[in-house]
Every structure is written in structure tokens, then in C-alpha cells.
Design a protein around this ligand. Structure first.
Ligand code: BT5
Length: 292
């Protein structure tokens, strides 16, 4: 008698637990209408395109830009078959777990100042994560968001420009939300996710809405030329400025203290002999040197 009651209770518990997982999964489905609900931006997210699966949201956003899509258009996807990082590196994601999005902007900026777009996006992501989860994440030059020394997000800014300036910019964001990176051997050692850090399933529609809101705030600062304000916010949250670092490229390695960044995105490195070196972004990766 006692055993059969126990069995029934265990079965009920399993049923309840399964229902809960289904509900969480439903609640976490990306949905443009849901994102727009309560979104108070004026430009960012006016138009949101959602794809269950696409090659790369940056590629889709580029195609839309060429067809005349408006500034602020967003492309989001449940899954990418060819998600990319810089220099054609791979961006890994699991279906329906993360934020994979691209934003189309038509900024009045010379291409030499395009790094400001990556800069303002980094600041916006860090602020949105703080508001949504309470985590204090950090920005790792030039285009990453880190937590606990692990990569949480990457930004890929791509331009179409001519002599007159930037025709359009696509800002791609890959953010690990509900992914468990421990299940993926390619990134297990280097990546983290909001789920891993908080132990909670994060509702991506809410987080995305927050990101769009914060991007619009930073973009408005950029348009009003309040670049110092963005740069101060970036510097405050930088993981590397003032720290000993190793900068390395394919056939290249430099050590020193990361002092500051320029508007063009280059990093000033102070070497041990006092020489100041300007490191332009590109095929250079930055690693924190062990201080122990
Ligand atoms: C980036 O490149 O970090 C930019 C990633 C941008 C991805 C978004 S997703 C939406 C949009 N559409 C696209 O096709 N791309 C954008 P990079 O700094 O080059 O870093 C790439 C490196 O990050 C890889 O070589 C891996 O080492 C690592 N990586 C790949 N997937 C990762 C993940 N999910 N989490 C953490 N690290 C990852």
C-alpha cells in the first residue's frame, strides 16, 4: 500500500517536472510579437525578422539591407547553419537556446570609426545582462563579453561602405543564454552561458527586448556625438585595460600593459621597456597573462 502510494507520487512528480520543462521551453520560444510587446524603442527593433533556421543572421541582414531594409531592422534565428566569427571562424550554437541576432544600422560615420558600433553594442549587452540577471560581465577587447574568464558573447560588425562613408553596418551578436557549454567539446574550456552562471533558464524574449532597449540608448549617444560617455562606460567594464596582457597574432606576440583604446578600435600597449605600441584590431587575439 505504502509502496504503491509512493510510486504514484513519484509518477506525479515526474509528470509535474516534465510539464514545467515544457512550459519553460514554450516561454523561452523566440517570438517577435512577444519581443515587441512593451518594447519602447523608436528605431531599434521596429522591424524584426525571425527565422527558425538560417545560414547566418549577418548574411540574412545584409540581403535585407541591400533590398533597402530600414535602419534598426533586426534578424534573429533559432539556429544558424554557418554562424561566423571574425576571420571566418565558426560560431557555435545549439538550436533554440541562445541569442543569435543581427542589427542593421545606417550610421553617419566614416568607416574608420566603425569600432564605435562594436563599442556601443558591447556596453549595451553588458548593461542588459546586468539588468536581466544581475551578473557583472566584462568586455574583452575587441569584441567579446566575458564572465569568470570565459566567453559569454561575441560581436561581429561588418560594413558596406564607399568613399562617402558607411552605407550600412550589420552588427551580429551571438550570446550564450540557455546553452550548457559543457556539452560541447569545442567550446567547453573557453565558453560560459547565462544559464551556467545563474543556474536559471533565462527567457530570451525578455533579454532580447532589454538588449534592443540598451542598444538604442547607446546609439542615441553616438548620434549626439557623446562618444566620451560610451567610451567611459566601455573602459569601466573593460576586462583588460590596466592589466598585463599578451597580444598574439599568427606570427606575432607582444606583451605589455593594455593602456587604452582609440576611437578606431586600436589598443595602446605599454611594453616593459616603456615603448607605447598601437595594436590595430584584426587577426590579433588578446589573452590575459597569468598574474600568479
Ligand atoms: C566572435 O568572433 O566572437 C563573433 C561572433 C558573432 C556571432 C554572431 S551570431 C549572430 C551573427 N551571425 C553570424 O554568423 N555571426 C554573428 P571571434 O572573436 O572571431 O570568436 C570566434 C571564436 O569564439 C571561435 O573561434 C571559438 O573559439 C569561439 N566560439 C565559438 N562559438 C562560441 C560560443 N558559442 N561561445 C563562446 N565562444 C565561442
Amino acid at each position: 500500500m505504502i509502496i504503491s502510494t509512493l510510486t504514484i507520487n513519484i509518477k506525479r512528480f515526474i509528470w509535474f517536472f516534465r510539464q514545467l520543462l515544457v512550459m519553460l521551453d514554450e516561454a523561452d520560444k523566440l517570438n517577435p510579437a512577444e519581443i515587441k510587446l512593451g518594447l519602447k524603442t523608436h528605431i531599434i527593433g521596429n522591424e524584426i525578422f525571425f527565422f527558425d533556421k538560417t545560414e547566418s543572421t549577418n548574411k540574412t541582414a545584409k540581403e535585407l539591407a541591400k533590398k533597402g531594409a530600414e535602419e534598426g531592422t533586426i534578424v534573429i534565428a533559432g539556429e544558424q547553419t554557418k554562424g561566423r566569427g571574425r576571420l571566418d571562424r565558426k560560431w557555435l550554437s545549439a538550436p533554440d537556446k541562445n541569442i543569435l541576432m543581427s542589427l542593421l544600422l545606417r550610421p553617419e560615420l566614416p568607416p574608420s570609426k566603425a569600432f564605435l558600433l562594436t563599442m556601443m553594442t558591447s556596453v549595451a549587452i553588458v548593461k542588459a545582462i546586468k539588468k536581466e540577471t544581475g551578473l557583472n560581465t566584462l568586455i574583452k577587447w575587441p569584441n567579446d563579453i566575458y564572465y569568470n574568464n570565459k566567453k559569454l558573447a561575441g560581436i561581429l560588425t561588418e560594413l558596406n561602405s564607399d568613399r562617402k562613408g558607411i552605407k550600412y553596418a550589420i552588427i551580429g551578436i551571438g550570446l550564450n543564454v540557455n546553452l550548457d557549454p559543457d556539452n560541447y567539446k569545442e567550446i567547453r574550456e573557453i565558453a560560459t552561458s547565462l544559464y551556467k552562471e545563474t543556474g536559471k533558464i533565462i527567457i530570451r524574449n525578455n533579454l532580447l527586448r532589454r538588449i534592443l532597449t540598451e542598444i538604442e540608448k547607446e546609439y542615441n549617444l553616438l548620434k549626439r556625438n557623446k562618444i566620451d560617455k560610451i567610451r567611459r562606460a566601455w573602459t569601466k567594464r573593460s576586462m583588460v585595460l590596466g592589466k598585463p596582457v599578451t597580444l598574439s597574432g599568427d606570427d606575432y606576440s607582444e606583451e605589455g600593459i593594455a593602456e587604452s583604446i582609440n576611437e578606431d578600435g586600436s589598443l595602446i600597449l605599454i611594453k616593459s621597456d616603456g615603448e607605447r605600441k598601437t595594436i590595430v584590431r584584426g587577426d590579433i587575439s588578446l589573452r590575459l597573462k597569468s598574474t600568479s
